[in-house]
Design a protein around this ligand. Structure first.
Ligand code: AMP
Ligand code: ZN
Length: 114
C-alpha cells in the first residue's frame, strides 16, 4: 500500500522513532503522545482495520499484544498498569487505516474513555 502512512514508515520513506522491530511487527513512538509512554505496535503486513482480520492473523495479533505488554514492562509500567487500544473506523476515531495497537503508560487513565 504505497499511500499508507504506516507502510511508508515501515519502508523507511517517512522517519519515525522506532523502538522495536522484528520480522512481523514494528513499534514506534506516537508523534502526538498522550502519555509518557505512547507507542504504536504495527504489523509489517498491511491490514486496514480489525474488520479485515482473518483466522490466519491470530498469531500476528497475539504477537502485537505481547509486544505491547513487553514495551510497557520495559518502561516499568507492568505492575502500575498501562492501556492498550485499537481504534476501528470513524466512531472510534481511527485515522490511520493500517492496524496499530496503542500502548500508553505512565499516568492514570480514566474509564470509560472519551
Ligand atoms: P488512530 O487515531 O487510532 O488511527 O491512531 C493514529 C495515531 O497515529 C495517532 O495517535 C497519531 O498521533 C499517530 N501518528 C500519525 N502520524 C504519525 C507519524 N508520522 N508517526 C507516528 N505516529 C503518527
Ligand atoms: Zn499500511
Amino acid at each position: 500500500m504505497t499511500d499508507c502512512l504506516f507502510c511508508r514508515i515501515l519502508k523507511g520513506e517517512i522517519p519515525a522513532s522506532i523502538i522495536y522491530e522484528d520480522d512481523h511487527v514494528v513499534a514506534f513512538n506516537d508523534i502526538n503522545p498522550q502519555a509518557p509512554l505512547h507507542a504504536l505496535v504495527v504489523p509489517r503486513r498491511h491490514i486496514a482495520s480489525l474488520n479485515d482480520l482473518t483466522p490466519e492473523d491470530d498469531a500476528l495479533v497475539g504477537e502485537m499484544i505481547r509486544r505491547a505488554a513487553a514495551l510497557a514492562k520495559e518502561r516499568g509500567y507492568a505492575d502500575r498498569g498501562f492501556r492498550t487500544v485499537f481504534n476501528t473506523n470513524a466512531e472510534a476515531g481511527q485515522t490511520v487505516f493500517h492496524i496499530h495497537l496503542h500502548v500508553l503508560g505512565g499516568r492514570r487513565f480514566t474509564w470509560p474513555p472519551g
